[in-house]
Design a protein. Structure first.
Length: 384
């Protein structure tokens, strides 16, 4: 059995502790590691890193973790993988240091605050020959995973279009507390739904259908005044909604909308519809239904007849396996790639393309013109 020591930076935060340490790395450790294709096993040993010694010691004691430290440089000298879930502002510098030390890197998204910096990290990692991964957990949820499987099997025929809707209503904080932190709505603090969500929306569109080659977007602030966690009013300077049209490789068109100012009338927070010449599919995070061309009804456009019965013509796609944390599933894929010494499909290059698309969407919104997306890094490909 081989053991990979993983420096985990940022585990005192919500994502680092809840989704990565508690829901992924510790279950992998407690299950005896990850089984490789040849039948051998790679075990994990987390080493906690951060600035709050008291909290690190508390977490380590609660979960039987032997090593923790506030000295990142010292930890990097004795680990195999560096994981980063700290605040975005400090991520690129820490990742750069880890790559320079010859460590494999796994990180939360976005990988950097600007596309220039994100692409530079990807190039540095490639030159160093290390295996990198960035969280693309939505690809491992049942709905998007089913869409990827259908596309790979040719179910859609020639894909014509994609419609993606994401969002929900976030209270402004005056009478009911907002469900998101106030910094999300301040551009000066790195807020904005375009920068936040396009890092996800890019890899969903890219890996399910095709890479993005052009974007026309309108980003806006629907709710200009909000109240913070202390009940004080502030000006919302960041965009809380973005509406976009994307040109994809192969000629398909994607209409992608994300908003924190929309009331949902759909089954899930995210809904993706893919239409092709041979069939269509609609998926959320947890479910997916399809309609083959052979059972597509002849619609008459009768405005007097409700269409609720037409849902019976859609068939549910069964899950491909038992329910599991999408964060754990990607960690297991990544660890197999590290053990094999091969690239991970959801790498720093893929992350950089997501940061880039967010930047270009904001550029398009400012100019009210379509912006081409340069193919600076080839689109990632993987088995999952």
């Amino acid at each position: 059995m081989r053991t990979l020591r993983i420096a985990m930076n940022g585990v005192t935060g919500r994502m680092g502790y809840g989704q990565h340490l508690r829901n992924a790395i510790l279950p992998i450790r407690d299950a005896g590691g990850v089984v490789l294709p040849d039948g051998s096993t790679v075990q994990v040993e987390p080493v906690l890193v951060g600035r709050r010694a008291d909290r690190l010691q508390e977490i380590a004691a609660a979960h039987g973790i032997e090593r923790w430290s506030t000295d990142l440089d010292a930890v990097l000298s004795d680990v195999d993988v560096y994981f980063d879930a700290q605040a975005t502002a400090g991520r690129a510098a820490a990742v750069r240091t880890a790559i320079a030390a010859g460590k494999h890197v796994y990180a939360e998204k976005p990988s950097a605050q600007t596309a220039t910096e994100a692409f530079e990290l990807a190039r540095q990692a490639e030159a160093a020959g290390v295996t990198t991964g960035v969280v693309h957990h939505m690809l491992y949820l049942p709905g998007p995973a089913a869409l990827r499987r259908l596309a790979a099997e040719g179910f859609f025929g020639r894909i014509l279009s994609v419609r993606l809707e994401f969002g929900y209503w976030v209270f402004d904080g005056e009478h009911r507390a907002g469900q998101r932190p106030s910094w999300n709505y301040r551009a000066e603090d790195g807020g904005g739904i375009t920068a936040d969500m396009f890092t996800h929306l890019n890899y969903l569109v890219e890996r399910i259908v095709a890479p993005v080659r052009g974007v026309y977007a309108v980003a806006t602030t629907h709710v200009p005044r909000r109240w913070d966690e202390q009940g004080e009013p502030y000006a919302a300077t960041a965009d809380d909604a973005v509406y976009s049209t994307l040109d994809l490789d192969g000629g398909a068109v994607a209409v992608v909308n994300a908003s924190w100012g929309v009331r949902m009338f759909r089954d899930e927070v995210l809904q993706i519809q893919v239409d092709g010449t041979a069939g269509s599919a609609v998926a959320g995070f947890q479910s997916c239904v399809t309609q083959h061309a052979s059972v597509t009804p002849a619609m008459s456009g009768d405005t007097a007849r409700p269409l609720s019965d037409e849902r019976t013509r859609w068939a549910a796609v069964p899950p491909s396996g038992p329910a599991a944390s999408p964060f754990r599933l990607q960690w297991e894929d990544y660890l197999r790639d590290v053990a094999a010494g091969r690239p991970h499909a959801n790498d720093l290059g893929s992350a950089a393309r997501g940061v880039q698309l967010g930047e270009l969407a904001l550029t398009s919104s400012g100019s009210r013109q379509r912006v081409a997306v340069p193919a600076l890094v080839p689109a990632g490909r993987g088995t999952r």
